[in-house]
Design a protein around this ligand. Structure first.
Ligand SMILES: [Zn+2]
Length: 350
């Protein structure tokens, strides 16, 4: 975290060479006031390792056959998610019992069947037209040629159940009279594994206008620890947070410093990075349309894209803590006084 911060100051001074600009950045940081701080942790604390684990052992089970896009297993997994939202009383954005956006077969790769993105919705109380998206992909790799199931517990069962728990937390807040000011969409994408097709379809056929879509907080693998962090698992990689909206970056940092103190690792957040993670998961289909994103990611591990990515290997306490961080970041964006702005439109910076 620190090394990135120093680098970014050098970069800012280097490119702008203006003390005025540094002052503007300070003003931007100072402008961030935590919204409704007495409630933020009350509802974050409804997200528990136990509930995440109950959901994930079901979602990454044999029954869903590796959730290959458009196949029966993925449809059963989508049904499982939908049944959860219905049981919790969390509505669809369509106001009906349909939670799906169909993604036609022609839009997917050759030999794939029509699939669907799944959406749940918590309507904002005062600025319902402004949308905060929290996303994760529900599809995975299916079954191998020799019959092994790709369970995808981390990829991206961890993100999927994180969304379900966050939706429950926001819904509880709403029931108690503390619902978010802006609307939140929980967006489960299909077909990430075959080239981010579900999110590409959404971004070209948005259910809510993109001009009022403030952010995409995208989760793809947050339940494990990679080899670089074997001795300190209190970390998560953040990618993209400062690219379009420095305000988003500072919100994310302030929420983390105030409540969680997770080591936010930015090593993959550089243009030159050879893995190019910024372009590799669903958030990129929003970033490429000028919508700020944060990509939350634990890094690759020995079970990445293997049949051995199973739910017993997830660190549930860590998954809980990371999910709470994302929840609280979304809470801030949904509840703060002013609308999150991209740098180009931010009066403080211009
Ligand atoms: Zn993934």
């Amino acid at each position: 975290m620190k090394s990135f911060f120093i680098l970014s100051i050098i970069a800012l001074v280097g490119t702008c060479a203006s003390p005025k600009y540094t002052a503007k950045i300070q003003n931007l940081k100072d402008s961030i006031k935590i919204a409704d701080s007495s409630n933020i942790m009350t509802y974050a604390n409804t997200i528990t390792a136990r509930e995440l684990s109950i959901l994930l052992f079901q979602f990454a089970s044999k029954e869903f056959e590796g959730r290959k896009a458009g196949e029966a297993g993925e449809k059963k997994a989508a049904q499982f998610i939908k049944a959860y939202y219905q049981k919790e009383g969390i509505p669809s954005p369509f106001g009906t019992s349909n939670y799906s956006q169909q993604v036609p077969a022609e839009f997917l790769s050759k030999n794939y069947s029509t699939s669907e993105n799944l959406l749940a919705f918590i309507e904002g109380s005062t600025n319902p037209e402004e949308i905060v998206i929290i996303s994760a992909h529900m599809d995975h790799l299916g079954i191998s040629n020799n019959g092994a199931i790709y369970y995808g517990a981390d990829d991206d069962g961890s993100g999927t159940v994180a969304l379900m728990e966050m939706a429950q937390a926001f819904n509880q807040a709403k029931k108690d009279g503390h619902g978010p000011k802006r609307s939140i969409v929980f967006l489960h994408f299909t077909a990430e594994e075959i080239g981010k097709r579900g999110s590409e379809y959404y971004a070209s056929h948005p259910v809510f206008p993109l001009k009022n879509t403030l952010v995409d907080l995208n989760i793809d693998m947050i339940g494990r620890v990679d080899n670089l962090h074997k001795n300190n698992d209190n970390y998560i990689y953040l990618i993209g947070s400062d690219k379009l909206s420095k305000e988003l970056h500072f919100i994310s940092e302030k929420i983390n410093n105030s409540f969680f103190k997770i080591d936010l690792d930015y090593r993959y957040n550089t243009e030159q990075e050879k893995n190019r993670y910024y372009t590799r998961s669903d958030h990129y289909n929003f970033a490429s349309k000028d919508i700020p994103v944060i990509f939350y990611f634990n890094g690759e591990h020995e079970d990445y894209h293997q049949p051995t990515d199973t739910p017993d290997k997830i660190n549930y306490n860590l998954l809980e803590k990371r999910t709470k961080l994302i929840f609280a970041t979304a809470w801030q964006i949904a509840n703060q006084e002013h609308r999150l702005e991209i740098d180009k439109k931010n009066d403080i910076l211009n």
